[in-house]
Design a protein around this ligand. Sequence first.
Ligand SMILES: Cc1ncc(COP(=O)(O)O)c(C=O)c1O
Length: 388
Amino acid sequence: MFIKGASQRVQGIYFSKIREMTEKAAKMKREGIDIIELSQGRPDFDTPKHIIDATEYALQRGLVHYDMSAGTIGLREAIAYRMKEDFNLQFDISEIIVTIGAAEANYLVTQALLDPGDEMIVPDPMYVYYPGLAFLGGATMVSIPLDTVICDPEKIEEHVTEKTKAILLTSPHNPTGQVIPKKSLEMIAQLAQKRDFFVISDDIYYKMIYEDRDDYINIGSLPNMKERTFVIGSFSKTYAMDGWRIGYLAGPKEIMQQALKMHQHILSCPNTFVQEGARVALTSSQACVDDMVKEFDRRRKLMMSYFDDMGVSYKPPQGAFYLFPSIKEFGMNSVEFCNFLLTKARVAVVPGSAFGELGEGFVRFSYTTNYETIKEGMERVKSTLVEL
Ligand SMILES: Cc1ncc(COP(=O)(O)O)c(C=O)c1O
């Protein structure tokens, strides 16, 4: 329905289907129905105490005023340090912007790169907001199967045209939990140089990898790639700081300066005391992250054991905290299946169709809630599906 008065630009983007499901489940909960929530990508852990303490101390010290638009020097130095440690990627602080979550970083980079007529390649299934970002940039999103990127990277070139401006990669991947292998990234790097396009690397789950860690690299660390790679990071998942709304974007300086103008127009500067907590998160011991990842892995194994038991097929997730089983054998589309689970099993999950055309036939289960709740949720799913 066309809304008179609203711009065509804003009418061409859509509300998140994940949030739609979460809100539906929340409404049922408010009505007193006992719902098990496996739909959100939101860690159930509290933010580690040393990060909270550092933030409280920042408030007490009076870090309550505007600071630099790109972010405090201390936090940008910490981001540069962590990227060097974890990705072997050397960024100067002038190449980094602290953002309001990876969400803003995704927005900034796409709007700073894309012009009407440009094309952006995105593996399908994909994170829910990517199509809207291409649309807002006036660009065309060219979706290619994620399986092509992972298993047949030599076929990616068939989708590259004169108009290709960028490819947007997520690894570990939301919603499938797959990690893009090093071999695929090497081929994409060669292609990006040969056909002259940028790579946007949305790496917010990079600390959450359970298998084959050696195969994980950041594409920006490959020869001659730093000058055409944008790295997106976030504190939301790694440090259980999703409500703090803080992340970052790093990339080639000249374009980053353009992105900074937009960032200034939107928010002047990020929240100052939150940045102090984020700085401490990056520079202190990472043991808290290792502990959370260990627990996610335990939950991942639990969830996989239920799908194995039910004979439901899925690709074992190598990272992030999602499982994306096939529901094709149940004779329902993914929305019908999720509504069925919500009403019959009282378990909330997200329809695969929320993540693009190739997500249809699948459903996303998150293992972000505690072990016992996952167990109860999966018991309910099992007894409901047995009756089908
Ligand atoms: C792939 C991906 N990118 C970006 C985001 C946004 O994260 P943030 O909370 O940092 O804005 C998410 C959140 O789920 C995500 O899965």
